[in-house]
Structure formats: structure tokens, C-alpha cells
Ligand binder design. Structure first.
Ligand code: PA5
Length: 447
């Protein structure tokens, strides 16, 4: 079986091979800190050996619960924000038909999301859509106290109970939260909902392979066993027993830290398949929240090509030279589409006749890489043999492991997110939440 493949050779015109190789001791030490659990944030390493520790009973529980929602719902609303929804959405979007919501003959419910924003129109329109529909809810919050999902859950739970009755709605609600703490746990226990636990030592952005990601992905009809299998392969390949030169997570951590030290402060994750858009959103959270602290950290950005070549392409080609790109390339498309010949050739496109659309896409990818390198943009590439559960599982774990290593090499705690609290404090003060009286007074004096 093939694996996903990282190529870093197109960075070597910008940083030297020797300099990247010089990271070996630091990177190996960082990977060992993860393995030994002796680095900063070591109480959040539950993700490290999560793939290989998932057992059959756990997967069966996830699949059985997913089946109940599949059999009883036309729509399932996944409520969560940040790490509590991005991983599920990333995988579901990547594996779904691009026009999924328009499919009429469905075997699985449509999965939609709430609690990832506080848009009143968004929630109004969602609730309108759910009127007279058989829907279910997966409510996800590790802390169980996050405002955005809590607000959405209250609205949707009320609607579900009105539409289905309180008793019947119980089997349509699943909560994923802490084993003991938080309002969501209290509520789930009192109402008697089915629950899954987010372990204390797994942070939100590293939780995609826990029930946080696995349950919604299973509800959407995808093979969570294959996803986990892919992650297990990467867990082994990225571990401390794999030599530096063959360890993709070690190589990625080394090269991006060297690029950063040479002034490449922004990393742009690039894809050539629009269904990978949310893989980038997930990746941005993973790296942004893990590394952006203490005045340091690569800024993670993303583009969808070739779409964004017609917008951001100009900046990437010609703007300030502080960027590098990491391209996610899919070797083999899932479907074949051959470009037809046209005798009249009025559009002048017969030079493409007989070629696969993917061949055109691949030439765009290659041409862009060469142009961007010529324009001063180092390029890294991660190749997936195919877009399926197995290789996505590999990709997710690869990014997680590399993120842990990279954060330690940078010298930060990759597993905390102190900066996320600042806005919450101000919002609660402005909303006059009980307990925030002093902050309310202080903030009102400033506006
Ligand atoms: O990565 C993180 O820890 C955050 O993005 C959280 O996932 C996010 O803030 C949601 O938190 P919670 O699951 O506690 O509602």
C-alpha cells in the first residue's frame, strides 16, 4: 500500500539542504519530548497514540450510534466550533459529492453545521430549513461552556422538542463532551442523552480522530475504520523509530522552521480540488492555534487553486516575498472525464481533446509551481495517492504530529491557546454576564 508523500526539494533553492539537515537533533529531540511526554503542554498528548489505541468496541459504538441517526434523520446538525467541528467538516467535505445537498436519492442524512458562528440570519435560515424535517443533533463541546455552540444547541434542542416531542427527541440528540465537567455534561446526564467522552488529554484541534470527528464522519456515511487505519500507518511512520530523512513529520517540521528563520513568515496551504477547502481550514486552526504565540509563529493561510490563481495568484507571484507554499496534490482523481473533440473547434480547445480534465489540472499545478518558484516562493508538496478515508487519515495524523514537533522546535507550547480567551472576556463583559461586573464597568468606560 502506498503512503502520502512529502517532497521538500523545491525549497532547496531558498534554504540549503544542509541547513534543513542541521535540524535533525532539534527535531528528533522534539519528537522524543512528545513520545516521552516531557515537553510543554504534556498533559495534552492524548492524540499522539490515539489511532493505535482505538479498539473495535469503540468504533462499533460510533457506528451503531451513527446508524440510529442515519435511520431517523433527513438532516443531522453538528454543533461545535473550532476543533469541535473543523475536523469533521474537513473530512466530510473532502469525501462528499461536491453537490451533496442537492442529491435526492440519499442513503445518509445531510450533515449541516451550527454553533460555529453567531450569525442570526444563519441560525434563522437553518431553523427555517429544519421546519417539518426529521433532524437530529450532535452537540460537541469539550468544555461544555462555549457560548456559540451552547446558544445554537438551546435553539435547536427547543425546536426539535417542539417538532418531535421531548421523549422522542432524546434518541435524536448525541452529546460529545468532557466526562464530568461543564454545562453540556450536566444537561446530557439530566436529559439522558447518549454521550461520548472527549478525554482530558485531547485538545480540540487534535480531536478529529476522537468521537468529535469520527461520529459525524460515520453519520455522513464514511468509513471511519479506514480513516483510523490510515492514521495508524502515519503514527508508526512519524514515530521516533523512523530515521529523520524518512520521517515525513520530522522533515516537514525541519523545513518549515528553516524557511521561517529565513524570513518566510507565511505558509500558504494550496489545493487543486475545491472539496479540500476545509482541510485547509482545519490545518489553519491546528497550526495557527498551536504555533502563534509569544510573538512567534508562521501565519497559516490557504488558497484553492486554480480558482484563487485568478485573485490571490497575483500576490503570490509578485507580492512581498515572505511566503512559501505547501501544495496538497491528489495523484489520481476518483472519476474520469475526457475532454471531447469538436469538429468546428470554435473555442480553439481541440488541443485538449482526448485528455482527462485532471491532466489539465495537473499541468496547471506544475506550471504554477514552476512560476511561483521563479517568483521567489519556495514550494513543498504533499501527494495523496487518492482522495479516500485511508489517505485522509494519514494526512490528518501527519499534520498533527508535525505540528507538535514544529511547535517544540519553535520553542512554544503547541497545546495551549491562551490568546483565544481575550475576546471571550470582552464579549461576556459587554453582555453583562454574571461574574463579569468589574470587566463590564471597565469595558463600558472605553466605548
Ligand atoms: O482547539 C481548541 O481547543 C479550540 O478551538 C476549541 O476546540 C474550541 O474553542 C471549542 O471549544 P469547546 O469544545 O470547549 O467548545
Amino acid at each position: 500500500m502506498e503512503n502520502i508523500k512529502l517532497s521538500i526539494d523545491k525549497a532547496f533553492g531558498f534554504v540549503s539542504k544542509e541547513a534543513v539537515a542541521g535540524y535533525q537533533p532539534k527535531v528528533e529531540a522534539a519528537n522524543k519530548l512528545l513520545e516521552d511526554g516531557t515537553g510543554k503542554g504534556n498533559d495534552f498528548l492524548g492524540w499522539l497514540h490515539l489511532p493505535s489505541s482505538i479498539d473495535n468496541a469503540h468504533l462499533k459504538d460510533i457506528e451503531d450510534t451513527a446508524k440510529i441517526l442515519q435511520e431517523n434523520c433527513e438532516v443531522v446538525v453538528v454543533i461545535g466550533i473550532g476543533g469541535s467541528y473543523l475536523g469533521a467538516k474537513a473530512v466530510i467535505d473532502a469525501l462528499s459529492n461536491s453537490f451533496d445537498w442537492l442529491q435526492t436519492e440519499r442513503k445518509t442524512p445531510v450533515v449541516v453545521y451550527a454553533g460555529q458562528n453567531i450569525g442570526e440570519d444563519y441560525l434563522y435560515e437553518l431553523q427555517e430549513l429544519l421546519k417539518n424535517k426529521k433532524f437530529g443533533i450532535i452537540s460537541i463541546s469539550k468544555s461544555g461552556t462555549t457560548t456559540e455552540p451552547a446558544l445554537a444547541f438551546r435553539l435547536l434542542k427547543t425546536q426539535l422538542e417542539e417538532q418531535q416531542g421531548k421523549e422522542a427527541s432524546k434518541k435524536l440528540i448525541v452529546c460529545i463532551t468532557d466526562k464530568a465537567r461543564g454545562a453540556l455534561r450536566t444537561l446530557a446526564t439530566q436529559e439522558g442523552y447518549k454521550t461520548f467522552i472527549i478525554e482530558d488529554n485531547i485538545g480540540g484541534r487534535f480531536s478529529v480522530l476522537s468521537p468529535v470527528g469520527l461520529l459525524p464522519i460515520a453519520v455522513a456515511g464514511f468509513d471511519v475504520r479506514k480513516l483510523v487505519e490510515g492514521a495508524v500507518t502515519m503514527e508508526r511512520l512519524c514515530g521516533i523509530d523512523t530515521p529523520f530523512a524518512e520521517n515525513p513529520a520530522a522533515q516537514y517540521a525541519a523545513v518549515r522552521n528553516e524557511l521561517y528563520n529565513k524570513g518566510k513568515k507565511i505558509e500558504i496551504l494550496v489545493n487543486y480540488h475545491p472539496k479540500l477547502h476545509y482541510i485547509s481550514e482545519w490545518w489553519k486552526q491546528l497550526y495557527g492555534e498551536s504555533e502563534g504565540k509569544e510573538g512567534k509563529g508562521i501565519f497559516p493561510a490557504s488558497v484553492d487553486f486554480t480558482t484563487d490563481l485568478h485573485s490571490m495568484g497575483q500576490w503570490i507571484q509578485d507580492g512581498e516575498r515572505t511566503i512559501f507554499e505547501t501544495v496538497i496534490s491528489v495523484k489520481e482523481s476518483n472519476y474520469k472525464k475526457i475532454f471531447p473533440n469538436d469538429d468546428a473547434n470554435l473555442d480553439g480547445l481541440n488541443f485538449l481533446a482526448g485528455k482527462r480534465v485532471d491532466e489539465v489540472n495537473k499541468m496547471a499545478e506544475l506550471g504554477t509551481m514552476i512560476a511561483h518558484i521563479d517568483g521567489g516562493v519556495p514550494n513543498l508538496k504533499i501527494e495523496l495517492p487518492k482522495l479516500n478515508e485511508y489517505y485522509l487519515g494519514q494526512l490528518l495524523y501527519f499534520f498533527e504530529r508535525a505540528c507538535g514537533i514544529s511547535g517544540y522546535v519553535l520553542g512554544v507550547n503547541p497545546f495551549d491557546q491562551p490568546g483565544v480567551e481575550a475576546y471571550k472576556k470582552n464579549m461576556f463583559a459587554l453582555l453583562e454576564k454574571p461574574g463579569y461586573e468589574e470587566e463590564t464597568k471597565a469595558i463600558k468606560a472605553r466605548i
